[in-house]
Ligand binder design. Sequence first.
Ligand code: GLY
Ligand code: MN
Ligand code: MN
Length: 424
Amino acid sequence: MDENSIAIIPAAHEATRSYDTEYRFRQDSDFWYLTGFPEPDAIAVIDPASKTPFTLYVRPRDPEMETWFGRRHGTEGAMKNFGADRAFPIDKFDADLAKLIDGHEKLYYRFAVDKSLDQKVLEYFNTQRVRRLKTAYPPHTIVDPTIILGEMRLHKNEEEVGMMQRAADIACEAHVLAMKKVKPGMNEFQVESLIEAYMRQKGASGVAYNSIVGGGDNATILHYVENNMPLKDGDLILIDAGAEYGGYASDITRTFPVNGKYSKAQREVYDVVLDVQEQCVEYTKTGNTVKARQEFSIELLTEGMRKLGLLKGNTKDLIRRKEYMKYYMHGVGHYLGLDVHDAGRYFTDQSAKNSKPFAPGMVLTVEPGLYIPPDDKSAPAKYRGIGIRIEDDVLVTKDGNHNLTSKVPKDPDEIEALMAKRKQ
Ligand code: GLY
Ligand code: MN
Ligand code: MN
């Protein structure tokens, strides 16, 4: 932040699920990153040049409300447990707003997330414009803090990596458990519940996103979350499920045979995706760029699709005409952190021309896939309805990378061996 500036960063609010019940509260990732304060309806004010640079506005202690809805840290807790230099009840914020902002040259504030706070900030500017000759000037610059915070969040420190490894370990174990339990006749929701129960048992706050558990051609629907169909002998099952721990996400996909043995056709497609996935994991290292990695995955997968007979013609032409998108229509991966699709820009400049190079501390997923629609007459019949994705979470290090999710097998022989140990 510039010296004579101030930042206003709001916490999340509770969201209604139905009528008078709420979703389980999830803190805003930026607010969580900066404060570690877990409650809704708070606001952080950061004023670097002040003697009290960190102020928190929080819900006050209230015995009756706490009996109904849970404990609160209150203003004292905000200072004692979260390092705030000052803390006030949130109800005081509106009256303080002008006093807080006045006299600063720059305001860091993100519009269009918290509409009710937007209104108050706009009202401040409107009022100050009229009053400005008599009192302090309002800031002449408003900066969206997203870019600064995104850059900070993009490079994970040791403590963050520790939490991400824990989120990854829990999810790996949950996927291994699924491999050990899946059998023909089970329903997708039973597999979902196995995985999610395991995550909670191990102290995850829950899933990092809605789990995808798709048997057979449900695996060709990228965001299939109904998870309510029986699993059939001879089909594959695709599980994309990650745990959230300490606010940090893991994001893992494995695709394996419901009956424990890949068919020849399934194995042919699987081997193509696995080979691409392994090469893209290797590619995710310091110096290479996000964009080049995407292009690399497209080249490899297009070549694979040609070998499988899904696409015909010259690889270069197929890429130029984007024909690969028929079977591979998403990115090879994304930043991972507090958000599953994490903060941080993918380009080094505003024009989005220059792709960002990987650097130590970044965590990215690697998740190529092939999805062959069941009714695709142009694909060899044996491949129709097969959907395969393999996804790992990779930390870029100084001399290469570290795969945070290597503890769940992806080698098909290893998966079959693990599944062979199931009691029939
Ligand atoms: N599970 C969301 C994703 O893989 O991006
Ligand atoms: Mn992902
Ligand atoms: Mn995923």
